[in-house]
Design a binder for this molecule. Sequence first.
Ligand SMILES: Nc1ncnc2c1ncn2[C@@H]1O[C@H](COP(=O)(O)OP(=O)(O)OP(=O)(O)O)[C@@H](O)[C@H]1O
Length: 277
Amino acid sequence: MDEVSSKPSGPKASKQKTKPKVTDGTKDYKLRAKNIDVFYGDFQAVYDISLDILEQSITAFIGPSGCGKSTFLRLFNRMNDYIDGFKMNGSILLEGQDIYEPSVKVEELRKKIGMVFQKPNPFPKSIFENVAYGLRIQGIKDKEFIEQRVIESLKQATLFDEVKDNLEKQALSLSGGQQQRLCIARTLAVKPSVLLMDEPTSALDPISTAKIEELIFELKKKYTIAIVTHNMQQAGRISDNTAFLYMGKLIEYGDTQKIFTNPEKDRTQNYITGRFG
Ligand SMILES: Nc1ncnc2c1ncn2[C@@H]1O[C@H](COP(=O)(O)OP(=O)(O)OP(=O)(O)O)[C@@H](O)[C@H]1O
């Protein structure tokens, strides 16, 4: 494979002012993947990918079906761990700490790195209980604290105004777009600092999609976001940096505007112009 820069570059990345967490000497990063290979049994799904994700930025993963986007995203909160035959080489660092070290508690990690899935998956409970869930399983009992956190999270997910008069309503009776924002609120309630999103709008209509995109853009002020999307316009609209994967390899990674207007690699150019994929 051609050499690929593992550092996001370009005007947006370099202009970004972030609280310093971990630095490679030039930029701060929140997450770092180093020489990642992933196997499912004998099948290799990811080949030697290294990349850094900057704090308070949106990083999009694009590429044709089966190229390894979801596999790669799921590494950041260890969602692949329970898949039969899963094996990984390399390391993933969150603020400099290896998240695959034996001492890391996966439940604690997932409080820091939340995930939103393609299909909204609220529990068959009330709106309130969906958002309160993560707090309750932590053993938090303070009613006032829980209520305040539920309201705050619903507001952050731009759902509060639509549901405030009926928080006891069954979550499954909400529209698909509202359900997805509820799932985002549920994730935010435990105060993560990273949000992983695996095609969060692919099951939604254009209006709900636009609302979620606005929300993601707003959330960037506080969170580090990594998103897998099949929708290249979406990647272009919301992300700061884009990683293009092809057959398990990182072909190109960098500033989104550059990737979409003047990519370095022919394969990226062919993909973004719809010549394959
Ligand atoms: N649980 C699994 N067991 C075995 N192989 C798997 C598993 N999950 C994914 N794969 C394989 O790994 C490769 C990468 O899959 P992955 O779902 O990460 O790709 P993707 O780019 O996210 O695809 P899509 O865009 O279609 O969701 C594919 O060849 C897929 O068949």
